[in-house]
Design a protein around this ligand. Structure first.
Ligand code: AMP
Length: 399
């Protein structure tokens, strides 16, 4: 019978405890690393993250009392940096480009100005486009909390769910549309959604949208919006493609950059060397029974690999689940809810499925497979060590 302690799994008899600085020696198996492993090693410097002193309080912002009250109910005491620097501009109707990761509080940075406008102008409508279903769901949930008791209604348009219910939601004239590019385009195509009334638009995680090949869909949708509109673009990076989109689709935008650096300063980063498949799994097991481990997000390359690893971990007694594009929307949501609520302590995911995950108490991010780009690496490890807490990122590299 497997034990399932706080550390999620059984001690492997005869194995040593994982120490972040341990390197196992062994034959070089010839596995090619495209990113030099030294880039996966960095000591955390959490002080930098909590240093920010906000210039405003939420009471300073000219937002509707209902929004202020809901912000307080959500427990937000003072604005995060992106909120501090963006909300007033958003309320003035300016176009804003926010260079910020998930976890910085960017949702409230765009949602509060938009909801405020909707409350004051009965003809206004907002459109929020996100690259993944999970992120769209999280944004919709947050908007619902901010807009509680305001009478405002919204529609969530994401793939993987039946069109019928979304069509019904659209018939009720929602003031805010939140969704992923493909499904929003489907609704436009079949005549169930018109975008000509959307006077405010948000593109969230623009860099991810471009990586995922959504550029044609996004351009198609932005072209349908009225010329006289307010735009919010958020991106973790400003690649030439992102800049190009910003230049084409925003007007005199003000750029707010809250990215601290290349990678999160509050994430302690190290590598785990392994020699061969069996040792790789055993090393992972050692990590997962380590002392400081809490909620852990493990990244794998393929749907198949992620599914197999999750099953292997369950067989070893860990509370694990898998999140990847081969699962239905319901299964993905269940895995994510289980992880958020603590029924699952180890979530094994592919990059695409994990994008935008907002789970605040992840202690460890494990790159079981090395990410393809350093940018992917930064996105992955940004999931650990949120809200000023130190997180750990461990990357498995072939010895
Ligand atoms: P986001 O980057 O918008 O996904 O936010 C990341 C997490 O931080 C979410 O769980 C938010 O509810 C939380 N959050 C955002 N702004 C604040 C704030 N000003 N104070 C406390 N928590 C916040």
């Amino acid at each position: 019978m497997h034990q399932n302690s706080r550390n999620h799994g059984p001690r492997r008899p005869g194995t040593r405890h994982f120490s972040p600085n341990t390197r196992s020696s062994g034959r070089n198996r010839g596995v090619k690393q495209t990113i030099h492993p030294s880039r996966f090693v960095k000591t955390a410097n959490p002080a930098l993250v909590s240093d920010y002193k906000s210039q405003h309080s939420f009471n300073d912002f000219a937002i509707h009392p209902i929004l202020k009250s809901n912000v307080a109910i959500k427990g937000y005491k003072s604005p995060s940096e992106i909120q501090d620097k963006t909300i007033a501009l958003g309320l003035e109707g300016k176009d804003v480009v926010g260079v910020a990761n998930t976890g910085t509080g960017k949702t409230a940075a765009f949602a509060l100005p938009i909801l405020n406008k909707l409350l004051h102008d009965r003809d206004a409508m907002g459109l929020i486009i996100a690259p993944t279903r999970e992120l769209a769901i999280q944004i919709e949930e947050q908007c619902r909390q901010f807009a509680k008791n305001s009478g405002l209604s919204g529609a969530l348009l994401i793939g993987g769910l039946p069109m019928g219910r979304q069509v019904n939601a659209l018939k009720n004239h929602p003031r805010i549309i939140i969704g992923t590019p493909g499904r929003i385009k489907d609704h436009v195509g079949q005549g169930t959604l018109r975008l000509s009334g959307c006077t405010m638009v948000v593109l969230d995680e623009v860099d991810r949208m471009l990586d995922m090949g959504f550029l044609p869909d996004v351009r198609f949708l932005l072209d349908l919006l009225p010329a006289n509109r307010q735009s919010f673009f958020f991106s973790a990076t400003l690649s030439p493609g992102v800049n190009d989109l910003i230049k084409t689709f925003t007007h005199d935008a003000i750029t707010i950059n809250v990215k601290a650096g290349d990678t999160s300063d509050n994430v302690h980063q190290d590598i785990v060397a392994y020699d061969g498949k069996t040792e790789k799994l055993d090393r992972l097991h050692d990590v997962l029974i380590g002392e400081r481990i809490g909620k852990t997000l493990i990244f794998g390359d393929t749907k198949y690999g992620v599914e197999r690893l999750a099953k292997e971990l369950v067989a070893r007694g860990f509370k694990a689940d898998a999140l990847h594009g081969g699962k239905s929307q319901g299964q993905r949501q269940r895995a994510l809810d289980g992880f958020r609520e603590g029924r699952v302590s180890v979530l094994v995911a592919t990059d695409v499925a994990a994008r935008g995950i907002d789970v605040t108490d992840i202690t460890h991010v494990i790159n079981f497979d090395v990410p393809k780009t350093y940018d992917d690496y930064s996105h992955r490890i940004g999931r650990a060590g949120r809200a000023g807490k130190t997180g750990y990122a461990l990357t498995f590299v072939a010895a």
